[in-house]
Design a protein around this ligand. Structure first.
Ligand code: MN
Ligand code: MN
Length: 290
């Protein structure tokens, strides 16, 4: 099954990528190597592989001129997804470049994930899952991030329909056989909410009506990424800086593109994340488990 094939590649790439995350290494070296690896395994990135450090929870992708390197003490989330013909797998891991002080924070999100994966059976409600995530993370003395959530996956749709809360939001929706979810508890030393930071350079096509300017770039985006997220850098490789920036500005203004912001923990808390993709079954199938 293609979901499972994508899952194996996502998992293998995550194992490969996590070893690259070391003090003194450029973030952009890691994203480049991760993208090359995905291609070498005959899949495509389902979204730009993200490396979010410390109080940044998600959506950080190093831009063209980004000289940021990993530093001693960093808590690093590596989050990557792959797809084969639109069948997506999404997984993430937290890597510790510090001493022992962040170990229990990593464990909190990881334990929460491990506990909820077996719950992905027909009939479990989304609220029940959220309750378990919150209980476990609170048990470690941390907070779940309440305005981030897991998400249902459908072909070429990374965020499709249902969301999996990281707390009990009272959602009585029951899981159904065959549904696919990316499940991602986030734990933080902060208050448990993210806010928008700077633009990430990540975009997604949200509409495709005809436009007067930027058509060539729009066509490229439709052909290459369809409705999956992509980064400005990927477009820039084909069209160069001027044309890319011009077109993306127009397409965003015309509301054909959604632009993602970096997501920072609101109270500057440190954030950990763990993520797998799972298919709802009486015996749930974790596609990204090696
Ligand atoms: Mn992810
Ligand atoms: Mn995800």
């Amino acid at each position: 099954m293609t979901y499972e094939k994508a899952g194996k590649i996502a998992a293998e790439t995550l194992q490969f990528g996590r070893k690259l995350v070391q003090e003194g290494v450029l973030l952009s070296d890691v994203t480049r190597q991760v993208e090359d690896k995905i291609k070498a395994l005959n899949a495509k990135p389902a979204f730009p592989p993200q490396i979010s450090i410390n109080n940044i929870a998600a959506h950080y992708y190093p831009d063209e001129d980004d000289e940021l390197k990993f530093e001693r003490g960093d808590l690093v989330k590596l989050d990557l997804g792959v797809h084969i013909d639109g069948y997506i797998a999404d997984n993430a891991v937290t890597i510790n470049l510090g001493g022992d002080e962040n170990l229990s924070l990593i464990k909190a999100s990881k334990d929460a994930l491990r506990e909820i994966l077996p719950m992905f059976k027909p009939g479990t409600t989304l609220g029940e899952i959220g309750r378990v995530v919150e209980e476990i993370i609170n048990g470690y003395g941390f907070s779940p991030i309440k305005n981030l959530s897991g998400h249902e996956i459908k072909p070429y749709q990374l965020h499709a329909g249902l969301t999996v809360p990281n707390f009990d939001n009272g959602d009585k929706t029951e899981l159904q056989d065959g549904q696919v979810f990316a499940v991602e508890p986030f734990a933080t030393t902060g208050n448990g909410y993210v806010k928008d930071g700077r633009p990430s350079g990540i975009y997604r096509l949200v509409d495709s009506r005809n436009v007067r300017s930027g058509r060539e770039v729009l066509q490229f985006i439709m052909d290459e990424y369809q409705t999956l997220p992509f980064h400005r850098r990927w477009v820039l490789r084909k069209f160069g800086e001027f044309k890319t920036n011009f077109a993306l500005r127009i397409l965003e203004h015309e509301e054909l593109l959604h632009s993602y912001a970096q997501l920072m923990e609101r109270s500057n808390g440190i954030v950990s994340q763990a993520e797998h993709t799972v298919i709802v079954k009486d015996k749930p199938i974790i596609t990204t488990k090696i």
